[in-house]
Write a protein that binds this ligand. Structure first.
Ligand SMILES: Nc1ncnc2c1ncn2[C@@H]1O[C@H](COP(=O)(O)OP(=O)(O)O)[C@@H](O)[C@H]1O
Ligand SMILES: [Mg+2]
Length: 222
């Protein structure tokens, strides 16, 4: 489903661009749940952004479902991204509306109708076992609970692919285990998952195939 073929990438930098990728190749199968590991700065977020076509690799190709991302014209990028759910580190819920309205906003933002919002919201909250939170405002929830709602928002439109970047970043071990359990539930819905983490204990707890950037991008200086 996803192929990275001989990817090289370096960020433009006035004092000599640091190489992030040098001839990186990998494959991720349909319906796989892969954990992307590597030290901070190894390029995990960069790889997820390449998949979203937010960053173009300097060379090499990324093929998703048979489509080379280079061939997608700018105006089609929003359509391409509709099939991808994202949970990035700096994502926050809208602070002044409750969980239900946060999820409704995500449906409306992608052109969904208010009519099927209720069905979709009920379904995702029930699936993740957090329906009791639906009237809460972000400030009335713990960090772990807010992260679960962010996860619900990321999959509300049933994407084919879910990208999660450091989803357990600020969470205690119990909340981390909970997030991993919810990712397993999502994975059972036939959603491909790529989870980036520098946290080796979270990576191990996931019990999934790992793509380790520290090993694969060997020529990068540390
Ligand atoms: N916009 C940018 N401009 C220049 N360098 C960047 C930029 N974004 C990331 N980098 C550099 O690229 C490397 C990889 O970053 P990143 O993909 O964020 O790694 P990770 O997510 O594994 O911590 C780091 O050395 C980082 O400093
Ligand atoms: Mg990162």
């Amino acid at each position: 489903m996803i192929t990275f073929s001989h990817i090289s990438h370096s960020y433009e930098d006035e004092d000599g661009a640091p190489v992030v990728y040098d001839d990186f190749s990998a494959e991720i199968a349909d319906d796989e749940f892969v954990v992307l590991t590597g030290a901070s700065g190894s390029g995990k977020t960069t790889l997820l952004k390449m998949l979203l076509k937010e960053i173009e690799p300097t060379s090499g190709d990324i093929i998703v479902d048979g489509v080379n991302l280079r061939s997608i014209p700018r105006r089609r990028i929003p359509f391409y991204r509709r099939d991808i759910g994202v949970l990035f580190q700096d994502f926050r819920l809208i602070p002044d509306v409750n969980v239900y309205d946060n999820l409704a906003a995500a449906i409306l933002a992608t052109g969904g109708s208010g009519r099927d919002a209720e069905t979709k919201i009920t379904h995702v909250l029930t699936m993740l076992g957090i329906d009791h939170l639906h009237k809460r405002y972000p400030r009335q929830m713990s960090g772990g609970e807010q992260q679960k709602v962010c996860l619900a928002r990321a999959v509300i439109n049933h994407p084919k692919l879910l990208l999660v970047d450091e989803p357990t970043g600020n969470l205690d071990p119990v909340s981390t285990a909970e997030i991993l359990r919810l990712l397993d539930i999502i994975h059972r819905q036939k959603i491909t998952i790529i989870m980036a983490t520098h946290d080796l204990s979270a990576a191990e707890a996931a019990h999934r195939r790992r793509i380790d950037l520290d090993e694969l991008t060997g020529s990068r200086e540390k």
